[in-house]
Design a protein around this ligand. Structure first.
Ligand code: G6P
Length: 614
């Protein structure tokens, strides 16, 4: 949610900032802006409504000189998306400019205080309050920018990642964070700032992840200084990031989403690498082995997550309960954090998050930690906040996911959850050895089977054209396929703006069946598994009401093909691993319908990939 970039060094700042904003555009894209201290020491701020390309067009004829600057791409919280509300925000005298990701919760109180002193506000944002407050403190106490930022942040309640420029000090940027991510990149005599490492990796692989309430003082040619709000120096570890630039490009695909759907077989292989042995007979997650006693002693697991990750968590519940016989609860992190949950030191809480930055999931982790629970993180973004707060965890290793609608992260999460459940089951001896071996072997075959599913792409693209008329869709599944139905519906909603609901197939007759008519497409997951016959009856019920049924079946199914309008045949696999295959055609269906409707698939309206505000 909101992307921030900064640069100070010997290069021209503007091209670096614009390129960085484009890499971070997945975090928000309703308006963008840049502030530069020009070669003739002016503090120039340029802002535009819309995407970064609009900002570029706006700034094309302006003075974009300067070797120091900050830039921002916005996902609106306070104030509609427009150039006035876009960041950077000037202070009253236009001496300072500030960018911000997060929410200043007590902005109204601070604004009243400043207005009473005669300050006039140009925008409706919470952010402008902060920059005005910093200038007010600086002017009344006659202190330097760093001290003013420290004092201002002591008054702030909320979340922030900020960067501030002072026209009178063109040699430094002050940046700080609390509950919103901020990374400092260290080059040769130059520094970079960004919400994640993707804008930085092109220039340096040396980064420092700031911790909460830490302030970075970066000066051209100087050393990185990190202090806290009370001005005590903080030690900081310089980490090396290994990101391949190719992972950040579309690589010939029309959209990141399609690229990421097609990457899934390789991603799942990467996810399993070093965890499943060469012979494909054993699976080990090192984090599970390192904390075996604690995990085996748990009375209960609670998985906290949001969005797509919450759907993966529902599959994780099935896997862990059936393999390990440990009760598992799945909670929306946003609900969990505010409902005084019964949680104690006998519980293991799994925080599931692609970005590792989701504010609600992070808050749920802090709450569970404070009650003594053991926290296991499952994340994709290396070095993000959740893996740094949890007791242990496993990365899903599927590479950066840029398309806002999550695809490969979902299948990666399900794969890690399957490996976690298998490792635990073996150690707990809750699973028959033969069954364990069969599942591990089948997991190893999934990437090849996924490739087979991807061969259906052209067929699904053609099929999608028929459904662009639809205003509603229903997705049905049972058991392991129910969360897949939810995820299929979410994908369609997110990128095509068609209303879609996922239901457990048997629940349909308790309400949603009232919606079924000849106009209603119903997608049913009916692969060969324990509940096949039951789902078959559900399909009959829809057909009896003229619904249009698209069914995912196991290859060779001759029964459903006689009643369904369309069958999509998938390779056979074990029921517990079915979601890794059935999800893929639903991702493709959503993608192609959205493309047919001319939607912006990678950056759908109102959404953001990393939700760092609650
Ligand atoms: C946002 C994204 C979703 C994602 C959810 C949770 O809503 O648009 O794709 O599933 O956040 O994100 P996380 O990074 O915690 O998995």
């Amino acid at each position: 949610m909101c992307g921030i970039v900064g640069y100070i060094g010997q290069r021209k700042a503007y091209p670096i900032l614009i390129k960085g904003l484009k890499r971070l555009e997945y975090r928000g894209y309703d308006s963008a802006g840049v502030a530069l201290i020009s070669d003739n020491r002016q503090l120039n701020v340029y802002k535009a409504k819309g995407k970064v390309s609009e900002l570029e067009a706006f700034a094309a004829q302006k003075d974009i000189s300067g070797h120091i600057g900050i830039a921002h791409t916005r996902w609106a919280t306070h104030g509609e998306p427009c150039s006035v509300n876009a960041h950077p925000h000037y202070s009253s005298s236009e001496r300072l400019a500030l960018i911000h990701n997060g929410i200043i919760e007590n902005y109204a109180v601070l604004k009243d205080k400043l207005q009473a002193k005669g300050y006039v506000f140009r925008s409706s944002t919470d952010t402008e309050v902060l920059v005005q407050l910093i200038e007010y403190i600086q002017d009344t106490h006659h202190i330097d920018l760093l001290t003013a930022v420290q004092l201002a942040l002591q008054e702030v309640i909320g979340a922030y990642a900020i960067a501030v420029l002072d026209k009178d000090h063109p040699e430094e940027i002050i940046a700080a964070r609390k509950s919103s991510p901020l990374v400092v990149g260290i080059g040769e005599g130059e520094f970079f700032l960004a919400s994640d490492a993707t804008p930085i990796v092109e220039y340096t692989d040396k980064v420092v992840y700031l911790e909460d309430e830490e302030i970075a003082v970066i000066r051209q040619g100087g050393k990185l200084k990190v202090v806290n709000l009370a001005n005590a120096e903080c030690s900081h570890e310089v980490k090396t990031v290994a990101l391949n630039l190719g992972q950040l490009e579309k690589g010939g695909y029309p959209h990141f989403m399609l690229k990421e759907i097609f990457e899934q077989p390789d991603c799942i292989r990467d996810c399993m690498r070093g965890r499943i042995n060469r012979e494909g007979t054993n699976v080990t997650l090192s984090a599970v082995m390192d904390h075996k006693e604690r995990l085996l002693a748990a009375k209960r697991f609670v998985i906290v997550a949001c969005g797509t990750s919450w759907h993966a968590a529902l599959i994780g519940k099935h896997l862990i309960e059936s393999f390990c016989r440990i009760p598992v609860e799945v909670e929306y992190a946003s609900e969990f954090r505010y409902r005084d949950p019964v949680i104690d030191c006998n519980d293991v809480v799994i925080a599931l998050s692609q970005s590792g930055e989701t504010a609600d999931t992070l808050a749920a982790v802090e709450l569970a930690k404070s009650r003594g629970a053991f926290i296991y993180g499952i994340c994709n973004a290396i070095g993000s906040s959740i893996p740094r707060t949890t007791h242990t965890g496993s990365y899903i290793h599927v590479g950066p996911e840029i398309g806002v609608a999550s695809t490969k992260a979902f299948t990666g999460q399900v794969t890690v959850l399957a490996m976690l459940a298998l490792t635990l089951a073996r150690e707990k001896q809750t699973m028959d050895k033969k069954q364990y071996l069969a599942i591990v072997k089948e997991l190893g075959r999934i990437p090849d089977k996924m490739k087979e599913v991807l061969n259906l792409n052209d067929r699904i693209a053609k099929l999608s054209k028929i459904f662009t008329y639809a205003h509603n869709f229903i997705y049905l599944g049972r058991g392991y396929s129910y969360p897949v139905a939810l995820e299929g519906a979410l994908k369609l909603k997110e990128i095509s703006y068609i209303h879609a609901e996922g239901y457990p197939a048997a629940e349909m007759k308790h309400g949603p069946i009232a919606l079924v008519d000849a106009e209603m497409p119903v997608v049913v997951i009916a692969t060969q598994n324990g509940l096949y016959e039951k789902v078959l009856s559900n399909i009959q019920e829809i057909k009896a009401r003229q619904g249009k049924v698209i069914v995912l079946v196991t290859k060779g199914d001759t029964v459903i093909s006689q009643i369904a309008d369309t069958c999509i045949e998938l390779p056979e696999t074990m029921e517990c691993l079915d979601p890794l295959l059935t999800t893929v055609p639903l991702q493709l269906l959503a993608y192609h319908i959205a493309v047919c409707k001319g939607m912006d698939v990678d950056q759908p309206r109102n959404l953001a990939k990393s939700v760092t505000v609650e």
